[in-house]
Design a protein around this ligand. Structure first.
Ligand code: DGY
Length: 457
């Protein structure tokens, strides 16, 4: 027994070593004002929600650097309030770069000083802003909140003004990349149903996708079976061309674009972000505008329309057919992050969490239940465990009063990262079955959020 424990200690990092290694990863990825998600060329630009997760980790050792991470994500905010999901750097070796998006040429709202994509990503800015604020003295916090409030507010207002045609507090996404869970099975279901362009169908029929696979840039960094499929990726490229064709005008996009989803995780994050915005507003003596107050009032009721009694899951909605996308995924847990759920709902969710056929794996929480036909343990958002999703879930469990569950998941998450940190560092995602690493190495948000979990109680 002693030899076993001693052996484990030798090849696994202690908490302190893990903290130091996480910091070292964040520092090594740092480009001064922003950080790419990983050290390798797979993602060579500034990604939006990555920046906020970075900040949540960076605040533990350099609060000014954490502020810069949040600020820099807004340096390319569009005139209509949209905060783009990528701000392009000079790097030219990215598979969906400025030539594909052409936002500065096509949209009157896009900035001219820097190239960006024309879609957004989950609004974690308010969360990061408040987490930083909590560590500042009152006067500094007020200045920080005064700086960030108008920017975050403009973003949320854009989402409700331009992406919420039903005015029910749940916004539509127009590309799976907006959800951050790029190839999650529910999103791919909508893609396959409504958005396979003729070009992509021909590729599929003629087998040209096999040829296209050889030309992919991202799969020279990460094995193809750990990434999105070539056909799905090409369907996404064509959706970007459709957004471009509509000059990134949301009115036209909602009227004609073939991919529209009321995404459960994005909307849960937005609901929580509004609560944070309310905290920020009250600290600086601002009154939240009516549109945000309305959205906050109706969203919890609208969220309940995404619950399916028969299966006991929350789902995203296909906004084109109007139907729930009844493919269970880890998203079902995010309403806990959004709000206070009724006990009965939580009972169902915890049952799923512990069910070994669903989410009760050795290294939880898989993004897709193990019994699902879509489950692939190493493939991107189709099965692996992601540290940012666990982090949101842990926070939601705590705020819903399930402290023991939160602690259990926190320790399971740290155990998963620790298992391979000495040999492989911090990875993009992990197999929920055996904890093996997948995706990109030196992954910023894995390091940042592990650091945060270790530093907070
Ligand atoms: C990619 O390049 O695959 C990104 O995830 C898009 O956000």
């Amino acid at each position: 027994m002693f030899t076993l424990i001693f052996g484990v200690c030798l090849w696994q990092m202690s908490d302190q070593e893990l903290v130091e290694a996480a910091k070292a990863t964040l520092v090594a990825n740092d480009r001064g004002e922003w950080s790419p998600p990983t050290s390798i060329t797979l993602y060579p630009h500034q990604w939006l929600w990555d920046s906020f997760f970075y900040a949540i980790g960076q605040r533990h050792y350099d609060i000014e650097r954490a502020k810069t991470a949040v600020r820099s994500a807004f340096r390319a905010q569009w005139k209509n309030g949209l905060v783009p999901h990528i701000i392009f750097s000079e790097a030219s070796d990215y598979h969906a770069g400025p030539d594909l998006w052409q936002t500065s040429r096509r949209s009157r709202h896009a900035p001219r000083h820097v190239e960006t994509t024309g879609v957004t990503q989950p609004p974690v800015a308010a969360e990061a802003t408040v987490r930083i604020g909590e560590m500042l003295k009152k006067k500094e916090r007020r200045l920080w909140y005064e700086e960030m409030y108008p920017k975050i507010l403009a973003w949320h207002q854009m989402l409700y003004r331009e992406r919420n045609p039903r005015e029910d507090g749940l916004v539509h996404l127009v590309l799976s990349w907006e959800s951050g869970m790029d190839n999650a099975p529910p999103l791919m279901e909508v893609l396959h149903k409504h958005a396979m362009s003729n070009r992509v169908r021909i590729m599929q029929l003629t087998g040209l996708d096999k040829w296209a696979e050889l030309r992919r840039r991202d799969t020279s960094d990460v094995p193809a079976h750990e990434r999105i499929s070539t056909l799905d990726l090409h369907a996404i490229y064509d959706l970007i061309r459709s957004l471009r064709h509509h000059n990134y005008d949301h009115q036209k996009i909602l009227a004609h674009h073939p991919f529209q989803v009321i995404d459960l995780p994005f909307n849960c994050i937005l609901m929580r972000a509004n609560e944070h915005l309310k905290t920020i507003a009250s600290e600086i003596g601002e009154k939240l505008p009516d549109d945000i107050v309305h959205a906050m009032r109706v969203a919890p009721h609208s969220l309940e329309t995404l619950w399916d009694d028969a299966t006991g899951f929350y789902y995203s909605r296909d906004a084109i057919s109007g139907e729930l996308i009844k493919i269970p995924s880890v998203s079902t847990f995010l309403p806990l992050y959004a709000t206070q759920l009724p006990k009965e709902r939580i009972r169902f969710l915890l049952k799923h969490l512990h069910d070994p056929k669903k989410f009760g794996t050795k290294f939880p929480v898989p993004t897709t239940p193990v019994e699902s036909m879509h489950f692939k343990p190493h493939c991107y958002w189709q099965g692996p465990t992601w540290i940012n999703i666990n982090w949101l879930f842990i926070d939601g469990l705590r705020r819903n009063g399930h402290h023991q569950e939160a602690e259990r998941l926190k320790h399971a998450t740290i155990r998963l990262v620790r298992k391979s940190a000495k040999k492989h560092g911090f990875h993009e995602y992990y197999s929920p079955l055996d904890g093996s690493v997948a995706g990109a190495p030196n992954f910023g948000w894995t390091a940042a959020l592990t650091l945060d979990l270790l530093k907070t109680t």
